[in-house]
Write a protein that binds this ligand. Structure first.
Ligand SMILES: [Zn+2]
Length: 338
C-alpha cells in the first residue's frame, strides 16, 4: 500500500472558481449581504476532472491512495472575513467529500479550515468537527499565517491556537501546517511563502513547549520541512543555545515531514537527516510544480521515483509509504481496511 499524504484538488471543475469569483466580487460592495450561491457540479464533471489528472498519475506512478484536500493556494484566508472563509471552506470541503465518496479507494479527505486574519482559531472548530464526524475526514490543513504573507497571527506555540489543538487531540486528527497564497509581492506563493512557512513553523515549535501541553498533537510540515532538514545542525544548535531539550526529543514525537522535495539529492538528504519514523511519502500532485525535468525526462513531482532509487530496507519502505501515515492519521485505518 502506497499512501500519498499530500494531494490537493487543483483540477476542480470551473464552477468552484466561478463561485469564488462571485463571492469576491460581492465583497466590493459592502451593502450586499455575504454571497453564498449554489455550486452546480455533476458527478461526471468530478470524474472528468480527476481521471486525466490525479487518478492517471496514481496509476502511472503506482501509488494507491491520496490524502486529499482543497487547493491550498485557493484557501486565501486573507480574503473577506470569517463568513467569507466559512462559506468558501464549506464548499471546498463538500467537494472533497464528493471526490472521496466517488473514489473511496483512491482518496481520503483532509479539510480546509475557515480561518480569517484576526479571528481566533476556535472559530474553525465547528467546521473541523463537521468534516471529521460527518464527512469522514482524517485531518486538517492549518494555516499559520491567515494574513497571506504578512504574519499577523501569534506563533503556533501561543495559547491563541490552543482551542483548535484541543479539538484536534479530541478527534485524534493531525494538521498539515500549510499556508495559502501570498498577497505580499515579496513572497512568491509556492517558491517562497510555502517554504518560509514550513521553516518558520518548525522554528516556532522549537521556541515553545507545545507538546508538553499536547503530548499527542501531531503536525506534518510539508515540502520536506522547508529549509529545516538541510539546516538540521543550525536547529539542533539553536535549541541547545536556547536551553531547549535535544531537538529530537523535543519535537520528533509530534512533528513529521513529507517527501515533497522535487529532486533526488534533496530526498537523499531528507532521509539521511530525519529519522525514518518521521517521514511520510507525499508528492503534492497535481500542481505545485507541474513540469518535466529535461535532465531526467520525468516529472519533478514524481517523488516516488526518487524514493524508489534509494536502497531502503523493506521495513523502512513500509514506514515511509504506509506505516507512518497510519500512525499520524489513525482515522485512515477505517478507510483503508474496509
Ligand atoms: Zn500542499
Amino acid at each position: 500500500m502506497i499512501i500519498d499524504c499530500h494531494g490537493h484538488y487543483t483540477t476542480a471543475p470551473k464552477a468552484l472558481q466561478d463561485y469564488r469569483d462571485a463571492q469576491i466580487a460581492a465583497l466590493k460592495d459592502p451593502a450586499q449581504p455575504p454571497y453564498d450561491g449554489k455550486i452546480d457540479i455533476s458527478d461526471d464533471l468530478i470524474r472528468e476532472s480527476l481521471e486525466g489528472a490525479q487518478l492517471k498519475l496514481q496509476r502511472e506512478r503506482g501509488t494507491d491512495v491520496t490524502i486529499f484536500s482543497p487547493r491550498a493556494s485557493a484557501m486565501a484566508h486573507h480574503i473577506g472575513d470569517a463568513t467569507t472563509s466559512l462559506n468558501w471552506s464549506r464548499h471546498c470541503n463538500d467537494l472533497i467529500h464528493r471526490v472521496c465518496t466517488l473514489y473511496p479507494d483512491n482518496f481520503v479527505g483532509v479539510c480546509q479550515l475557515p480561518q480569517s486574519p484576526g479571528v481566533p482559531p476556535s472559530n474553525s472548530i465547528d467546521e473541523l468537527e463537521r468534516c471529521v464526524n460527518e464527512l469522514g475526514f482524517i485531518g486538517c490543513n492549518l494555516n499559520p499565517d491567515p494574513s497571506g504573507g504578512h504574519w499577523t497571527a501569534p506563533p503556533l506555540i501561543d495559547k491563541y491556537w490552543y482551542p483548535i489543538y484541543e479539538k484536534m487531540v479530541e478527534l485524534d486528527v493531525p494538521a498539515m501546517v500549510h499556508v495559502s497564497s501570498s498577497c505580499n509581492p515579496v513572497f512568491h506563493a509556492t517558491g517562497a511563502h510555502y517554504i518560509n512557512a514550513d521553516t518558520t513553523a518548525f522554528m516556532q515549535l522549537i521556541q515553545g513547549d507545545l507538546f508538553k501541553d499536547f503530548p499527542t498533537l501531531r503536525f506534518i510540515i510539508p515540502h520536506g520541512g522547508g529549509a529545516v532538514p538541510f539546516h538540521w545542525g543550525r536547529y539542533r544548535g539553536l535549541a541547545q543555545d536556547m536551553k531547549r531539550p535535544i531537538l529530537e526529543d523535543h519535537l520528533l514525537k509530534n512533528v513529521f515531514f513529507d517527501t515533497c522535495v522535487y529532486h533526488l539529492p534533496g530526498i537523499e538528504l531528507l532521509l539521511k537527516v530525519i529519522p525514518m519514523d518521521n517521514i511520510l511519502f507525499g508528492s503534492e500532485m497535481v500542481g505545485a510544480v507541474r513540469g518535466i525535468d529535461p535532465r531526467t525526462g520525468q516529472y519533478y513531482d514524481d517523488t516516488k521515483r526518487y524514493v524508489d532509487a534509494l536502497p531502503l530496507t523493506d521495513a523502512d519502505r513500509y514506514k515511509l509509504f504506509e506505516g507512518n501515515a497510519r500512525r499520524v492519521y489513525p482515522r485512515i485505518a477505517k478507510k483503508l481496511d474496509r
